[in-house]
Design a binder for this molecule. Structure first.
Ligand code: GDP
Length: 531
């Protein structure tokens, strides 16, 4: 088989996705359940498990040990029904950062996980915004149906109203949240998939297929209600439409309880059946790179200094086309220089093993990749350049100053390098001057990385002084002048070094609105994932 045929065939078998959710919705539990189903791991807790963090968390960085959280994106690969699934972790909790958003540049589909009692929450909203912006189709899983929660129809309404996304249930719960009797697969409405607690107290519930007549007899009102709700949904045209799903206009919805493994197999099947395989990818300046063409890949994350003694730097590359083979020499599009891939690994938490071959949709960790930057394209043979990584709306701001004034030169070099690597965004303003750059981040953890690396790597310890802003809007030179002139509004205008965009910073939405009232002509646009 030719390389192109192999790459095309392997791409068709792959599904590369991420779970987007708010902390505590059950992402770790679901990841574990998915992997268990697919038999990637054998014991519960080996994937995530807060009591057993070592499974996925890295202890590469000292600060990680101190805080007990992971800044390492795990990539979990497993097989299901002859397909290869790549599940990319989206760090949340205290490690929510720009990297969390960037992971979404490397997936073809997202599973939006919602807590049945809480509905849509802040981090889910932010991540969904990025999916919409990038045109990533979203499958919804309503979790924790074994616990009291909201009504199913009300949750669907919330998705439709808030996200302008048509929910099209593929499974439907029998029994209200907290009284889960089972699920109906809407494609086979004549059968109840009933779940009962396993004997011996095992977490995993036992599944049994019950025909409609018997379900009506045995489950009574719960079954009747589900049947009525399904009729309502059908009348409302809430049925899966594949084109609408791929276009980001609708979302297939699944219900379940990850903790008891209820509904997880159906979700896994959906990822295989509905999520799109890696496809031809748009290039900067027009045209596409076909999956079957020669190798190309996109660096979506760079993690530096995970091992201080080795000055280690690992670049996470998503293969976009062709076949990646360890040892091949590829070209870095940004510089035109060759890059050797001798140190290619598959990365799963702290466990690394050399990867020999990877196909479109797979993620490869390139160790010792000091030349690589977030957003870089690597290619073999025919050149390709993928669009760079967008910058995201920062919500945390701090002025950076050298702690030791005699290290000013190293300080400047360090800040410039961290900006270039995309560790934080660097803003400058005429008012503050270049001596006092303002660092902007999506999550406060990014500041910790700066502090750590500036001291350890550039020998230029920094002092960070937080600024009271939490909202950034795009404006222009005229808007910046108006903002700096305003006596009524608390806010400040700055220029982002990386792209020279002018940003207006405010403490909150209220101040931004007062500014808009004071200067109705001023440009004030949301940034990606801004709220
Ligand atoms: P994450 O922060 O999104 O990774 O959430 P976790 O997977 O750590 O889950 C948060 C909490 O919710 C844990 O105590 C889980 O045991 C619990 N949980 C997760 N899924 C379910 C579920 O389906 N039912 C119930 N009752 N609890 C769940």
């Amino acid at each position: 088989m030719s390389a192109a045929t192999t790459a095309g065939a392997e791409a068709a078998r792959r599904r590369t996705f991420a779970v987007i959710s708010h902390p505590d919705a059950g992402k770790s539990t679901l990841t574990e359940a998915l992997a268990l189903h697919a038999r990637a791991i054998t014991s519960a807790g080996a994937v995530h498990g807060k009591g057993n963090r070592r499974g996925v968390a890295s202890d590469w960085m000292e600060m990680e040990q101190a805080r007990g959280i992971s800044v390492t994106s795990a990539v979990l690969q497993f097989a299901h029904r002859g397909q290869v699934l790549n599940l990319l972790d989206t760090p949340g909790h205290a490690d929510f950062s720009e990297d969390t958003y960037r992971v979404l540049a490397a997936v073809d589909c997202a599973v939006m996980l919602i807590d049945a009692a809480k509905g849509l929450e802040e981090q889910t909203r932010k991540l969904f915004d990025v999916c919409r912006h990038r045109g990533i189709p979203v499958i919804t899983f309503v979790n924790k149906w074994d616990r009291p929660g909201r009504e199913a129809l009300e949750l669907l309404d919330e998705i439709e109203q808030e996200f302008r996304l048509k929910p099209t249930p593929v499974t439907w719960p029998v029994g209200i949240a907290g009284h889960l009797r089972g699920l109906v697969d809407v494609r086979e409405p004549g059968t109840l998939l009933r779940y009962t607690r396993a004997p011996g107290g095992a977490k995993e519930a036992v599944e049994e297929s019950v025909p409609a007549e018997r379900a009506a007899l045995e489950e009574g009102a719960d079954w009747e209600q589900a049947v009525e709700e399904l009729e309502l949904l059908a009348a409302d045209d809430a049925v899966h439409d594949h084109a609408a799903f791929l276009a980001g206009r609708s979302t297939p919805v699944f219900f379940g309880a990850a903790l008891s493994n209820i509904g997880v197999r159906l979700l896994l099947d959906a990822v295989v059946d509905l999520a799109p395989p890696p496809g031809d990818r748009p290039l900067e300046g027009g045209g596409t790179r076909a999956v079957g063409e020669s190798f190309s890949g996109l660096v979506f994350k760079v993690q530096a200094n995970m091992d201080r003694s080795h000055r280690d730097r690992i670049a996470f590359l998503r293969v976009c086309s062709g076949v990646f083979e360890r040892g091949m020499t590829v070209t870095r599009a940004a510089s035109g220089k060759p890059f050797a891939t001798k140190y290619a690994h598959s990365v799963f938490g702290q466990d690394r093993s050399a990867v020999e071959t990877a196909y479109p949709g797979d993620v490869v960790g390139l160790v010792n990749a000091s030349a690589l930057r977030v957003g870089d394209t690597l290619y073999a043979e025919r050149p390709a350049v993928f669009p760079g990584m967008p910058t995201f709306a920062p919500e945390h701001f701090a002025v950076a100053r050298p702690a030791d004034i005699s290290r000013t030169k190293q300080f400047r070099r360090g800040i410039a390098q961290l900006d270039e690597e995309g560790v934080v965004q660097v803003l400058v303003s005429d008012v503050r001057g270049e001596q006092a750059p303002v660092l902007a981040a999506v999550g406060p953890m990014q500041f910790d990385v700066v502090t750590h690396r500036m001291a350890g790597e550039f020998s230029a310890p920094v002092r960070l002084e937080p600024l009271p802003y939490h909202l950034a809007r795009a404006t222009d030179a005229a808007g910046a002048e108006q903002l700096n002139r305003s006596r009524l509004v608390r806010g400040e205008a700055m220029t982002r070094l990386r792209d020279k965009d002018v940003l207006a910073l405010f403490p909150d939405l209220w101040q931004a609105n007062s500014f808009a009232r004071e200067f109705p002509d001023a440009r004030l646009d949301p940034l990606v994932a801004a709220h």
